[in-house]
Design a protein around this ligand. Sequence first.
Ligand code: NAD
Ligand code: UDP
Length: 339
Amino acid sequence: MKILVTGGAGYIGSHTVVLLIEAGYEVIVFDNFYNASKESIRRVEKIINQSIEVIEGDLRNRDDLKSVFEKHTISSVIHFAGLKAVGESVEKPLKYYDNNVNGSAVLCEVMAEYDCKSIIFSSSATVYGDPHTTPILEDFPLFATNPYGRSKLMVEEILRDVYVSDNTWKIILLRYFNPVGAHESGTIGEDPNGIPNNLMPFIAQTAVGKREYLSVFGDDYDTKDGTGVRDYIHVVDLAKGHVNALDRIENFKEVMTVNLGTGKGYSVLEMIRAFEKASNKKVAYKIAQRRAGDIATCFADPSYAKEVLDWKAEKSIDQMCEDGWRWQSQNPNGYKGIV
Ligand code: NAD
Ligand code: UDP
């Protein structure tokens, strides 16, 4: 079965491509390389010891997408492609709505034209806004606090409407919690542009000596130690969730919405300590102001994923930090500088 992976050169996409091929799927990657390096594909090819067909193109360009479907009979699409920087989305909302919402709508149109009606979409725990309680279940109220989050909510709604209009579609919405870590080989991983926004890449870059110290955004939250609590999930566990979803997608008779998280919450200070242990490096930090828009606590109830996808996160926080450190220490500049 041929699977189209949009955004397959990116962080989560590249790890998922490895697992899909290991599971016996044939994969076509579609990416515009806006936030990815071709080196990630070369590294994936090395891990799986075979070449991958990559089609360079943009979601918003119908002809780019059509060229994929003209050439290949695609049975399902795993749709990772999108922009993900929350801060940038506040400054450039139209860029986010165009890329993430319009791009997804064009993708669905072209899919329908070629009678491919099976899609797994990368949504996010951000669609729960500031939840009234934790752990978070899939039927909690939805609320977005920024254009990035709203773009995810909008695509979820679009896909639900597509299903209402034609219930032969197979649609799974996967809501990710906080993906971290890297493939155990240390050859592929997260490679943020410029100064990282997310905690784990910032900690890793501090440990490797690229940043002087980490700013801990607030120590006065109502949490175990006052710092923010999140559900960090190993990217390989997350990738496995997609393989399980794909294995089962034909069985589902409605739009499935599934949390992919571990069910455990770790604070910023706990993450610093775990990373120090894994890397044997000191991570200098200073307590700073709360970051606007942050919430105190966010972690999943992952029981529905177990029930419908037979999926459960397996990897511990120590493995997340060890694998993240292997990637960071072997590739201090990510994929940059490699042609
Ligand atoms: P990423 O930026 O590493 O990967 C996204 C990929 O999509 C990149 O390779 C980029 O070049 C490509 N892309 C973007 N716009 C495109 C377009 N118009 N046409 C073709 N390709 C395009 O991000 P990631 O962390 O791998 O995230 C994958 C998906 O998961 C995204 O949709 C993201 O919003 C979602 N998600 C990520 C996180 C996270 O913390 N990483 C959490 C929740 C949800
Ligand atoms: N955080 C931090 N310093 C940083 C980046 C993040 O203290 O440089 C905190 C942030 O306030 C939150 C947690 O780390 O409590 C996870 O933040 P991240 O941006 O990685 O994920 P998100 O907030 O989107 O869940």
